[in-house]
Design a protein around this ligand. Structure first.
Ligand code: ATP
Ligand code: MG
Length: 432
């Protein structure tokens, strides 16, 4: 067995320590699968006959991350390895967690509690594959299959339903017929899965190698109609989009926030609707704000959509967008639209060449003399010192000055700004 990485060398030394102390130990799970596929290795899981306290006694640095499931995190040279005691699970109660975990002495029993055949293989220290459920052959055929009776396996733990779709998308697998039928029948059990877990799985599909396939499986199975907190995400809109095209465009985008923004826009959602959906999915406040800002930029830039095709207008729209929604969100919107314009249907003007516009757009954004009120060479206190009455009007004037400065209509210079403030106030009282 040849080690291709530092990670694998350390994992081998963990196995050696366990074996030298008369315990059994194997590589298991995702590592075995990804190794057979020649994929990059992210982390290595180890299964052993040693009980958690026995594992902890053998290694200097450990963290008891999941003792009740038998998992100890062993840290070697700063790298974490999950070492889990062979176990059986029984009496699943809440469609998610087993009521009881029993530590056992053989790897076969441990492999049989795992979800899919490709995840239920082990490799021993000499490199021999232990594959009681035909995971290797399934991988070769490109088939995703439950270990044992799929109906029961999804019934024990409904998170496996989402894992099934995620793995099928990520590894471009065909879901075996009985597994697929069981997934369809057991889909309503998804209502027992915390939205946080749903978000994690969705995030992995969105950021994965073939999100289009993941979404297509969501549509075919109607899974999204069974989420715990109602369906605020109209996946059915994605049915109109070609799966390969969607995946090609998504995988060209690095930022998760940009992929999500595009996803919501392809589903014709407003920034408001997207925010509701993200709240339901328990997004962090920061991520929610970043994504809804990008969608707001989109809405703002398209408000006067006929004019967007005229570059001079695009210039001022973009500059004002940077002031309203931030430079970051505006840049990300440019990126999203440059790569993803073909996915967003209806109402999009089509300037002849978006990639040129994006370049030009970036230049306009770099020209901006001010982005934010704090960049302005005049403050509310300056206006008050010149006799303006404190109140909401002051904020309004400052915002107007910020916009005009951003557009280059006024220089960012105190005297000029004061003069312009006077004009604005005069104009205001004229109107009254
Ligand atoms: P990845 O890390 O890429 O998500 P993985 O297969 O390593 O893939 P983990 O969630 O890290 O997935 O779990 C490690 C192993 O534990 C899996 O390969 C599988 O054998 C088992 N496993 C994980 N979650 C479940 C589950 N809900 N039901 C049954 N077995 C599971
Ligand atoms: Mg893993």
């Amino acid at each position: 067995l040849k080690w291709s990485s530092r990670l694998e060398k350390h994992a081998a030394s963990i196995l050696d320590t366990l074996i030298n102390n008369q315990f059994q130990a194997y590589w298991v799970g995702g590592y075995v699968r990804d190794r057979l596929l020649g994929r990059a290795i992210q982390d290595i899981d180890i299964a052993t006959s040693a009980k958690p306290d026995e594992v902890m006694a053998l290694f200097e640095r450990c963290e008891p991350t999941g003792l009740q499931h038998g998992t100890v995190l062993v840290i070697m040279n700063g790298l974490p390895f999950e070492v889990t005691t062979f176990r059986e699970e029984t009496g699943y109660e809440d469609f998610r967690r087993p009521a009881e975990v029993v530590f056992i002495q053989d790897i076969q029993g441990d492999l049989s509690r795992r979800d899919f055949t490709m995840n239920a293989m082990a490799i021993d220290r000499s490199g021999r594959l232990i594959d009681p459920f035909g995971g290797e052959e399934d991988l070769r055929q490109g088939v995703l299959r439950c270990v044992g009776d799929p109906h029961m396996r999804f019934g024990e733990d409904a998170l496996r339903i989402l894992r099934c779709v995620r793995f099928a998308a990520e590894y471009r697998l065909t879901i075996e017929e009985q597994t697929w039928n069981a997934l369809l029948t057991q889909a309503p059990l998804l209502k027992h899965i915390a939205m946080e877990r749903v978000r994690t799985e969705l995030e992995r599909i969105v950021m994965g190698s073939d999100p289009g396939r993941g979404f297509q499986l969501f549509i075919e199975s109607d899974l999204y109609r069974h989420f715990k907190s109602g369906t605020t995400i109209p996946f059915e809109y994605l049915a109109k989009v070609e799966q390969e095209k969607l995946s090609a465009i998504f995988t060209a985008i690095e930022e998760s926030t940009v992929r999500w923004s595009l996803l919501f826009l392809v589903m014709c959602m407003s920034s408001e609707q997207a925010s509701v959906a993200m709240r339901t999915l328990t997004f962090s406040n920061q991520k929610l704000a970043e994504i809804s800002a990008i969608i707001s930029v989109h809405e703002w830039c398209l408000m006067d959509s006929d004019d967007l095709s005229k570059p001079s207008n695009l210039e001022s729209i973009l500059k004002l967008s940077a002031v309203r929604y931030g430079l970051v969100a505006t840049r990300l919107w440019l990126k999203m639209i440059t790569l993803g314009i073909d996915l967003i249907q209806g109402g999009i003007p089509h300037p002849s060449d978006w990639s040129k516009i994006a370049l030009q757009g970036e230049r306009w954004l770099q020209e901006l003399p001010v982005y934010h009120l704090r960049d302005l060479k005049i403050k509310g206190t300056d206006l008050i010192n010149h006799g303006y009455i404190p109140g909401p009007d002051i904020g309004e004037i400052l915002n107007k000055l910020l916009q005009e400065t951003a557009l280059g209509l006024v220089d960012n210079e105190k005297q000029q700004l004061l003069l312009r403030a006077n004009e604005l106030i005069a104009g205001k009282s004229d109107q009254e």
